[in-house]
Design a protein around this ligand. Structure first.
Ligand code: NAD
Ligand code: DAU
Length: 392
C-alpha cells in the first residue's frame, strides 16, 4: 500500500493549509523545481473519488503531462485508489478543499496549469436528501471559489496561454430532471429542472460556470453525463452496493417498484469523453455524454445476480436474485434518465468502447478481485489510515 513515503505530495507554501505535510526547505525547493520542469500540467479536483481516480489513472497511462490532484478526501475520496502512481513524479496529490480559495490560488500560482478538470463534488442523491448542506458548500460555493481562483489566474496569463486555457466542469444528466417513458432523451438544449438537492446543487454550479464564460470570457466546457459504473465506485451507489451485499449474503434493496430507468456508462468511457472534450471541445459549449444503454434498476440487479451466479456461485446453490428485497422508495425519485450523445459523437468523434454487458462483467470481476478494497472503505480502516497519515 502507498503511504507518505511512496506518494509524492505538493507542499503548499502557506502555513496551515489543509494539504500541508511537514513544511520544510526541501519541500519549497521541490515546488520550485516542479514549476521549472513542467511547463504544462492539468489540475484535477476530486481525483481521489470514483470517476476522478479513474480519470487520473487513465490520463497518466496515455500521456506524460503531469497532474496536480486536489481532493479533500471526504468519505468518498480514497487516495489509495492511486497507489498505482506511487513514486510517479507526474502525479502530485494535495489534500485540500476546493472552497479554500487561498489554497487554490497558491496551487495555480505554483504550477503552470493549462486546464482544470473539475470532478470534486458531493455526489450521492440519498445523502443530499438527508443532509443538503455539504452539497451547497462543495457543489455551489466550492465551484464558485474554484471559478474565482481560475478567473484570477487565467486573467493574468499571456494571451496565447489565455486562449489555450480550459476549465472543464464535470456535471450530470440529473440537472435536466426526469423523463416520461416516451420522451426523447436529454440533450444539450433541455431545460434545467433538477429534482433533488444534489441535482439542484449541480444545476447551480453549471449556471455559475456558464455565467463565468458569458460574463468574463473564461474558456469553460461542461459535460453532462449519465450514470457511471466501474472500478473504485464507493459501495453506496447501486451497482457496487448490490455486488457487495450479494457477496455478503445481505438483502439487495430495490427502491419502489424497481422500474426506474438509468442510462449506464462504463467509467472508462466517461473518462475518454472528458479527454475528447478537453482536447477538442469548443469553449463555452456543453456536451451530453451517455451510454445509450437504458436499463430498469431491477434488470440491472438481475444482470448482476446472473454474472455473480456464474462467477461465484453461492455455497448453498441458491441464486443471488433470491436476496432481492423491495424497499421504500427514494423521495422525489426521478423515473427515467436517458442521454442523446449525438453532439459529442458528431463533433468530437467520441464513442463508448464498452457495451453494458462487457462493462458489467469487467466491473463484477474487478469487485470480486478487490473485496479487500470494499472491506477497507466500508469498515473504517480507510478512515484510520487517513487519520494516521493526515491527522484526521
Ligand atoms: P465521488 O463522490 O466518488 O468523488 C467525489 C470526490 O470529490 C471525492 O474524492 C471527494 O473526496 C472529493 N471532494 C468532495 N468534496 C470536496 C471538496 N470540498 N474539495 C475537494 N474535494 C472534494 O463522485 P464521482 O461519482 O466520482 O463523481 C465525480 C463528478 O462527476 C461529480 O461532480 C459528479 O457530480 C459527476 N458525475 C457523476 C456521475 C456518476 O454516475 N457517478 C455521473 C455524472 C456526473
Ligand atoms: O445520472 C447521473 C448520476 O448518477 C450522478 O450524477 C450521481 O452522482 C450518481 O450517484 C448517480 O445517481 P443515481 O441516484 O442515479 O445513482 P444511484 O446509484 O444512487 O441509484 C441508481 C438507481 O438505483 C436509482 O434509481 C436509485 C436506485 N437504487 C439505488 C440504491 C443505492 C436502488 O433501487 N437501491 C439502492 O440501494
Amino acid at each position: 500500500m502507498g503511504g507518505l513515503a511512496e506518494v509524492r505530495y505538493i507542499i503548499a507554501s502557506r502555513p496551515g493549509l489543509a494539504g500541508d505535510v511537514a513544511p520544510t526547505a526541501a519541500a519549497g525547493h521541490a515546488r520550485h523545481r516542479l514549476t521549472e520542469l513542467h511547463a504544462r500540467m492539468i489540475l484535477v479536483t476530486g481525483g481521489a473519488g470514483f470517476i476522478g481516480s479513474n480519470f487520473v489513472l487513465d490520463w497518466l497511462a496515455g500521456t506524460d503531462e503531469p497532474v496536480v490532484n486536489l481532493d479533500k478526501l471526504t468519505y468518498a475520496g480514497n487516495v489509495r485508489n492511486l497507489d498505482g502512481l506511487a513514486g510517479d513524479a507526474r502525479h502530485r496529490f494535495v489534500r485540500g478543499d476546493i472552497a479554500d480559495q487561498p489554497l487554490l490560488e497558491s496551487l495555480l500560482a505554483d504550477h503552470a496549469v493549462r486546464a482544470i478538470v473539475h470532478f470534486a463534488a458531493e455526489s450521492h442523491v440519498d445523502r443530499s436528501i438527508h443532509g443538503p448542506g455539504d452539497f451547497v458548500d462543495t457543489n455551489i460555493v466550492g465551484t464558485f471559489r474554484l471559478l474565482e481562483a481560475a478567473r484570477a489566474y487565467w486573467s493574468a496569463l499571456p494571451q496565447a496561454s489565455r486562449d489555450a486555457f480550459r476549465f472543464l466542469h464535470v456535471s450530470t444528466d440529473e440537472v435536466f430532471g426526469t423523463l416520461a417513458a416516451g420522451d426523447p432523451p436529454f440533450s444539450e438544449t433541455n431545460q434545467y429542472l433538477p429534482n433533488s438537492p444534489y441535482a439542484a446543487s449541480k444545476a447551480a454550479s453549471d449556471h455559475l460556470v456558464r455565467g463565468y464564460h458569458h460574463t468574463y470570457g473564461l474558456p469553460v466546457l461542461t459535460t453532462n453525463c449519465s450514470n457511471n459504473y466501474g472500478p473504485w465506485q464507493f459501495p453506496e451507489k447501486l451497482i457496487p452496493l448490490i455486488i457487495a451485499n450479494a457477496l455478503a449474503g445481505k438483502p439487495l434493496p430495490i427502491y419502489g417498484d424497481g422500474r426506474q430507468i438509468r442510462d449506464w456508462l462504463y467509467v472508462g468511457d466517461h473518462c475518454s469523453a472528458i479527454r475528447h472534450v478537453l482536447e477538442s471541445g469548443r469553449a463555452g459549449e456543453v456536451y451530453c455524454v451517455g451510454g445509450s444503454s437504458e436499463k430498469a434498476n431491477i434488470d440491472v440487479v438481475q444482470t448482476l445476480c446472473g454474472i455473480l451466479d456464474a462467477e461465484r456461485p453461492r455455497a448453498d446453490g441458491t441464486p443471488y436474485a433470491s436476496l432481492i428485497t423491495y424497499v421504500k422508495d427514494r423521495p422525489g425519485h426521478d423515473r427515467r434518465y436517458a442521454i442523446d450523445a449525438r453532439k459529442i459523437t458528431a463533433e468530437l468523434g467520441w464513442q463508448p468502447a464498452e457495451t453494458f454487458e462487457t462493462g458489467m462483467r469487467r466491473t463484477v470481476r474487478w469487485y470480486l478481485d478487490h473485496q479487500d478494497w470494499v472491506a477497507d472503505v466500508t469498515s473504517g480502516g480507510y478512515r484510520d489510515w487517513i487519520a494516521k497519515h493526515y491527522g484526521g
